[in-house]
Write a protein that binds this ligand. Structure first.
Ligand SMILES: C[S@@+](CC[C@H](N)C(=O)[O-])C[C@H]1O[C@@H](n2cnc3c(N)ncnc32)[C@H](O)[C@@H]1O
Length: 225
């Protein structure tokens, strides 16, 4: 597991409550950052970028966002832009390399994943000046999950698309989601039976205020949940 300590230190120094610039500036407007977001390769369906940005922006001060499956940083960039000029942060878990069982029979996707793409994620965040808002954890989500302790205000699951893996990601990290926290699953569509069944058979039953942005399904953890 690799965390970027330099980035954490920079982040703490630049965003210390009480320092002159803290909270003076607002996060940017989505319209202003959309052209930069749209330069980042990824798998989101149009409209989901704005939902991720707006939801990150709506979270309370000090909120932590956990994303499972960052790929080259499209969703990370949306979430991190929603944290700009705040003390909110995004944690991204990804193996950042390799073809896994969920895409093993997809020739088109095998080519995309069978390389080390961490430097793309990093470059995309850096180019947008977001490196202080997004912290990568490199490895398997279930392994990293065993040691996870940080309370989560928004959980975005877009890692392995196998049913058991989506359920593992949900079961491992949901206990860390704070009451009223947001949970979102990507690829909730019959084309991806794993997230689709996980959402319809289990995840949505745990949540309130559920909704969808095309293939992204979301809801809120109830207060007594
Ligand atoms: C569909 S992509 C994520 C797309 C990304 N959210 C975007 O905005 O384009 C799925 C990602 O999950 C990662 N992944 C798959 N299984 C994983 C696991 N068990 N642990 C960590 N990451 C995993 C893959 O490496 C891949 O980058």
């Amino acid at each position: 597991m690799i965390t970027h300590f330099k980035s954490l230190v920079n982040q703490a120094m630049r965003r210390t409550p009480g320092s002159p610039s803290f909270f003076k500036k607002k996060p940017p407007r989505f319209k202003a950052v959309w052209p930069q977001i749209d330069e980042v390769e990824g798998f989101l369906v149009k409209g989901q970028e704005k939902w991720l940005f707006d939801t990150a922006r709506s979270l309370p001060r000090g909120a932590s966002i956990l994303e499972i499956g960052g790929f080259k940083g499209r969703s990370t960039t949306c979430l991190a832009y929603g944290c700009v000029n705040t003390d909110k942060q995004v944690f991204t878990i990804d193996k950042f390399k390799g073809v896994y069982a969920d895409v093993a029979d997809r020739e088109d996707l095998k080519k995309v994943f069978d390389v080390d793409f961490f430097h793309h994620w990093q470059d995309n965040l850096k180019r947008n000046g977001l490196q202080d808002y997004a912290i990568p954890y490199i490895g398997d989500s279930r392994v990293i999950g065993r040691e996870w302790t940080t309370p989560i205000h928004m959980l975005f699951i877009d890692g392995s698309h196998l049913f058991e893996d989506v359920m593992d990601d949900f079961s491992i990290f949901y206990p860390h989601v704070v009451p009223n926290g947001i949970v979102a699953l990507h690829d909730v569509t019959p084309n991806w039976p794993g997230p689709y069944e996980a959402w319809h058979q289990h995840v949505k039953n745990e949540l309130i205020n559920v909704g969808k942005v095309t293939t992204l399904a979301y809801g809120q953890k109830p207060r007594a949940g």
